[in-house]
Ligand binder design. Sequence first.
Ligand SMILES: Cc1cc2nc3c(=O)[nH]c(=O)nc-3n(C[C@H](O)[C@H](O)[C@H](O)COP(=O)(O)OP(=O)(O)OC[C@H]3O[C@@H](n4cnc5c(N)ncnc54)[C@H](O)[C@@H]3O)c2cc1C
Ligand code: HEM
Length: 405
Amino acid sequence: MASPKTLEIVTATVPVLEEHGVAITTVFYKNMFNEHPELLDIFNETNQKLGRQQTALATTVLAAAKHLDKLATLLPQVTQISHKHRALQILPEHYPIVGKHLIGAIKEVLGEAATDDIIDAWTEAYDEIASVFIQIEHGMYEEAMWQGFALFKVTKKEAVATDIAAFTVVPVDKSENNSGNDSANALEIDLSKLILTAGQYITVKTDPKDSDHIALRHYSLYSASTDTGIQFAVRRDNRNEHHGLVSNYMHDQLEVGDTVLLSAPAGDFALNQDLIQQNDIPLVLMSAGVGVTPVLSMLEAQVLANPKRPIIWVYACQNIAHHAFSDQVSKLLEQAESVEKHIFYFESGQLLDAAWLATLPNPADIYVCGSMPFMESMIDGLVALDHGIDSVHYEPFGPKMSLGG
Ligand SMILES: Cc1cc2nc3c(=O)[nH]c(=O)nc-3n(C[C@H](O)[C@H](O)[C@H](O)COP(=O)(O)OP(=O)(O)OC[C@H]3O[C@@H](n4cnc5c(N)ncnc54)[C@H](O)[C@@H]3O)c2cc1C
Ligand code: HEM
């Protein structure tokens, strides 16, 4: 528990740090990567270039500091970040490195205004916040199905839309591992003993030719079944002339028979277990583009667990060529007893707008996944229609920008 003096100083200086938040974290990253270039293998270079992670870390430390006397209230948000940290294999020994450089950056940016009292208070605050993360992540490491990154072999690769490839991978037996990959602590992972939860993601560790660094990326499972292996799908992410590093590597270079490193499944985007067996609150699964992956696994889980529950499937994409997993979705929906299916092709002018959202039942148990603009407009629209925020769940395919408050 932080001392009263620390609480007082931190609360009083949060606005100053907010003002300089991005400058502080920019200096922080520069200094940290200079001293620890090995961390460039963990952080997402593109997020760095686009300033996304700077914003995430800055807003999170400040938001957490504002709640220093009641950090427990932030547990849901911390848990979500910790899932990412665990998936990326962030370890307790990384925290003092971040702490040292974050406090160093505060000193550098604030200059003389950073008195010893302020620096001591923020050091104590950071240690307090870090210990909450470390404790939660410790529990996650203990529960993870395997530690580190394990070697898997691609057994199937197929196009499920014009820009989306679906992969099935199986664990590589130690005896089979002739990949020359030392980090392949493939362990003895027994496929039949894996338990996947619909909505989770795995993290791939790749070493693309086009990059000086290892690159880690998360991909959601599109099925929680382990019958054939672990299944995920990757959209070729080329929004501009800078082509997406890992997605293009996966599309162009990772073929059947090749190996890939994965860390154990993570994430808390999951069906509300209390409602799966109840038929009075419908399940609404809304997605756009490759955002279909986690909600497709949820559709499968719901149909297997209780096909009587009403399901509303809502999917938006550019056009029919981009319509992913169309057959798989139709087959699953056929197994459910009460179904609505709504498809929107943007190119044909079919709009999934606020007026349409008003046609959804309320109450409903709603799961949304797609691009940030898609999710923001859906969530804002749903909340405006009095869908409680607790009944609208979502998974951003990128860093969440804040911890709230
Ligand atoms: C929890 C979670 C689950 C996810 N699930 C999936 C999934 O199921 N399927 C899926 O396909 N993706 C998923 N993602 C997204 C995925 O992790 C990657 O972010 C995505 O594949 C892009 O990675 P990349 O390396 O190809 O692109 P990056 O190299 O990271 O680039 C990202 C984008 O930025 C652009 N860009 C790159 N460099 C620059 C620059 N210098 N200036 C301007 N723009 C630039 C690129 O064109 C690209 O569009 C998920 C993400 C999260 C967090
Ligand atoms: C208390 C300290 C920390 C806080 C508050 C924090 C906060 C965050 C937040 C908010 C995100 C974005 C989560 C998302 O994607 O939704 C994130 C991601 C990440 N964090 Fe941390 N973090 C902390 C410590 C660390 C440490 C010690 C490391 C390792 C040195 C680390 C490495 C990463 C990486 C690699 C990502 C993924 C994002 C990217 O690569 O762009 N973090 N963290």
